[in-house]
Design a protein around this ligand. Sequence first.
Ligand code: ATP
Ligand code: MG
Length: 171
Amino acid sequence: MTAADHHRPIVESAPATATLQTHWRNEDDTAAFARQLAAQPLLANAFITLHGDLGAGKTTLVRHLLRALGVQGRIKSPTYAVVEPHEAPGLAIWHFDFYRFSDPREWEDAGFRDLFAQAGLKLAEWPEKAAALIPAADLAIHIEALDEQTRHVTLRAHTPAGQQLLQGLHA
Ligand SMILES: Nc1ncnc2c1ncn2[C@@H]1O[C@H](COP(=O)(O)OP(=O)(O)OP(=O)(O)O)[C@@H](O)[C@H]1O
Ligand SMILES: [Mg+2]
């Protein structure tokens, strides 16, 4: 360490793994990423938000992730119901889609507060639509479609658990 290092702004010492960028060339890459994510032990209690335009690939990633976690049978997506529960071996999963969420009373009425307090994996599309109610995500996955098949992906950790998840993906 040189004397000049002492004068560096503190922001530079933030962990380099707080964000991770990647590309998916096609849906096979998306599936491979889902398998990598599924292999992270910390996923079992994680809250992950999925960001991106309509058709970016949020649900597609969730479906590959659910399969990779061992969810069998037909995988229903939340459409009219805001949340769809799933069971993987030894793991409860809730897949939220807040796209049509408009009434804040539904948060309490549908028991979302209790649900977020439970153990299990929570995944949420369109968290922006419930921004005032939703807890902070461990990991935010931003998906941007570059063309029909290619996706630019940014992962951002917002909690220590999220950072550990990112480090696991990075390794
Ligand atoms: N690399 C890729 N990753 C994910 N999806 C891809 C990829 N390449 C092509 N696709 C296609 O893009 C579409 C993504 O649709 P999907 O329903 O997952 O989007 P979404 O982000 O959930 O949209 P919405 O906001 O409407 O819920 C699917 O038809 C999927 O097959
Ligand atoms: Mg979707």
